[in-house]
Design a protein around this ligand. Structure first.
Ligand code: FE2
Length: 358
């Protein structure tokens, strides 16, 4: 049995961002010369968001390019730059799943050293990272609540996080005002990550009663939000923040299933982003999650979301082999969903047929 780890301290609600100062002050009073590193999604480069932050003269302001999924090389480069800045007392990640994950990885690397890839796996981070605060600006990935930070390692053809209790945020600020400008499609794709985490967790063999309760609650919120007339109403945006946090906390203490490994294959081989990749996979999951796939189709229809199609229709045999390899490598979730003999169910030809429907 493992000690259950979740984020214990958070501000939630409209206007919560103004409490960032309160969270940073005790650290700054203890170490007046230490810097705070703000890692912000480049989406906010031209917005007035930075004017709302308690940034001091010596603090570090770093805009993260989230065009592609986060990589180990990207994290190593930022960590090296930050190491040259002197003592950093806190990292504040402001953005979506990519920014929140990069912030967690940087916070692990700064005091512990090593390269980002050295901690890809389970419980490899040797000690606590620097104090970190997560501020999501889009809801669904659960990165704010999870104990991982997913990174692409292109050299090793691997998509894997620092799965560690040390990766969990120390504090969160969940302010639904920050998700008001999210484009509709992106809002849906990202929100669906929570729905998918929860169904994968609940349908898996591994059971954790607290994770189950969180998943049940997050699922019921997701259903309410994505079957409503205005999924982006103020009330729904706050509910989705809660669902995302609960889904991330649940998955930190359980496992995903079939959808995430296939989605990781799409990211690795075709460069798709995590959340749209999940939706493209979920659309054809009737063999493994029949009722939930139907439910997903109803949500797509209700919100008038059109998914791209024909993605894998004309791939080469080599690309299909790469897709198979990048999917099947995720043994823990696949064993959780299909049992130890998962490769008997997911043969190369079965996997190819599933991808060809996307
Ligand atoms: Fe996910």
């Amino acid at each position: 049995m493992r000690l259950t780890k979740t984020v214990g301290d958070y501000y939630l609600g409209s206007g919560a961002l103004k409490n960032l100062d309160t969270l940073l002050k005790p650290l700054q009073e203890t170490n007046n010369t230490g810097k705070v590193a703000y890692l912000i999604d480049h989406y906010f480069l031209k917005s007035d968001l930075k004017d709302k932050l308690p940034i001091r003269e010596n603090d570090i302001l770093y805009f993260i390019d989230t065009t592609d999924e986060p990589t180990t090389e990207q994290v190593d480069k930022i960590a090296e730059e930050f190491q040259r800045e002197g003592e950093i007392i806190a990292a504040v990640g402001i953005g979506g799943g990519s920014t929140l994950d990069i912030t967690k990885a940087i916070a692990n690397l700064i005091p512990n050293g090593a390269k980002a890839e050295d901690y890809q796996g389970w419980d490899l981070v040797p000690g606590p990272g620097i104090f970190k605060i997560g501020i999501p600006t889009i809801s669904g990935t659960g990165a704010e609540g999870s104990r991982t930070c997913v990174l692409m390692n292109h050299a090793k053809k691997l998509k894997l996080g620092h799965n560690s209790d040390y990766t969990v945020y120390n504090r969160l600020i969940m302010d639904p005002d920050l998700t008001a400008s999210v484009p509709k499609d992106q809002y849906f794709y990202t929100g669906m990550d929570t729905f998918i985490h929860c169904i994968e967790s609940l349908e898996g063999r591994y059971r954790h009663s607290f994770a189950d309760a969180l998943s049940d609650a997050a699922l019921s919120l997701s259903r309410k939000i994505f079957l409503s007339d205005d999924m982006q109403s103020k009330e729904n945006r706050e509910s989705l923040m809660v669902a995302s946090f609960m889904g991330g906390s649940a998955i930190g203490n359980s496992f995903v299933g079939v959808v995430h490994p296939f989605s990781a294959g799409l990211s690795m081989v075709l460069g798709l982003h995590h959340c749209i990749g999940n939706c493209i996979v979920m659309n054809v999951m009737d063999q493994f999650y029949p009722s939930q796939t139907q439910e997903f189709h109803r949500m797509l229809e209700k919100q008038s979301i059109k998914l791209p199609t024909g993605l894998c229709a004309n791939l080469t045999d080599k690309q299909h082999q790469n897709l198979y390899d990048a999917t099947i490598v995720h043994e823990k979730p696949l064993m959780n969903a299909l049992g130890d003999d998962f490769k008997k169910t997911l043969t190369p030809s079965t996997v190819r047929r599933i991808f060809e429907r996307m």
